[in-house]
Design a protein around this ligand. Sequence first.
Ligand code: ATP
Ligand code: MG
Length: 375
Amino acid sequence: VGVYLYINSLKLVNYRNYDELLVEFNKKVNLIIGMNGQGKTNLVEAIGFMSIGRSFRTNKDRELIKFSAENLYCGCDFTRNNIDKKIEIVVAKDKKGVKVNGVSIKSMQELLGNLNVVIFSPEDLRLVKDGPKERRSFIDKEVSQIMPRYYSLLTNYNKILHQRNTVLKSYRIDENLLDVYDETMSTYASEIYIIRNRFIEKLSEISRKIHKNLTMDKENLTIIYKNQVDLESGQDASQVRLNLLEKLKESRQGDMITRATKVGPHKDDMKIFINDIDVRMYGSQGQQRTASISLKLSEIELIKQEVGDYPVLILDDVFSELDQTRQKMLVEKLENIQMFVTSADPLHKDILDIEDYSIFSIENGRLIGVENGGV
Ligand code: ATP
Ligand code: MG
């Protein structure tokens, strides 16, 4: 079985600290090494940018443009199921253009799902320990890749939520307007609830297996979708919508006092249990980290299940954070996955005991060496 999705080459112009870079990648393992602050994360950030049109480090596209430059270009050629494809993004001070296979797209939704990428960085090891916001953003990023339509549902929901909050903050609150927003908001929200529920059910199932593996059968991981509409699987959108409308009504008076919307998918969370103990509150640091790894690894498996092939996997600085067992777990996931591993420690090539790899040395936004290896 061959690799199904892999990036062949990447071109950057004025991206972060890169003037111009053209690099051809290995279909399997790409090790990106260099000292701190040289541009390793910038390079993998660009790969993630091609995938979802957004950086995993910032929401402000202009931060990606090289200091003193006016615009950036970022393009990559990749192969999926033996078909060659291309994504290109141009960012100018306040506009962005995206082309897929040479054709300009009209909305970001059209970009999603072309090149699936999973990025694993040290912050992800805190996924379980962090606040609900981080976990929601984990869910949103994953679901958007699997189901581009979800992204537009979310965008629409957030737009109306913002408008509703603006009304709540106005001097004289127009309740008729709130009624209108509640109606539209709950339409989008009900679909978001149902999709998230389905996603978390699958995530729970997959991560339970992975976590068992990681802990040598000692720990049972359970993930539960926490939402304010008491969602049960099998409920249809109209039921969920009515539920939410009722909750919105109940909290209306309170919302008008605090001037913010207190119910809706923007308050969702996941509860994470190990052997029936809430890991976030009572788990040890090691348990929290391992549970986070299980969640991240599930993401890879879930994408494979839903879209048919594995995503490209980026491990940014995360390898050295893991003990040997977990490093091995990750590497064993390798088959049929193209990987990008960044590290300031060149010794990592010994840990990655693999058949086909390339090592790229980065210095001050330049590629200063490529070494191909393998057994
Ligand atoms: P570490 O090993 O510490 O993680 P790294 O190799 O991953 O380092 P990067 O985060 O890729 O480092 O690159 C950081 C460098 O990029 C910094 O020196 C920073 O000044 C530079 N940089 C960031 N944004 C821009 C930009 N818009 N224009 C020019 N340089 C930038
Ligand atoms: Mg880095």
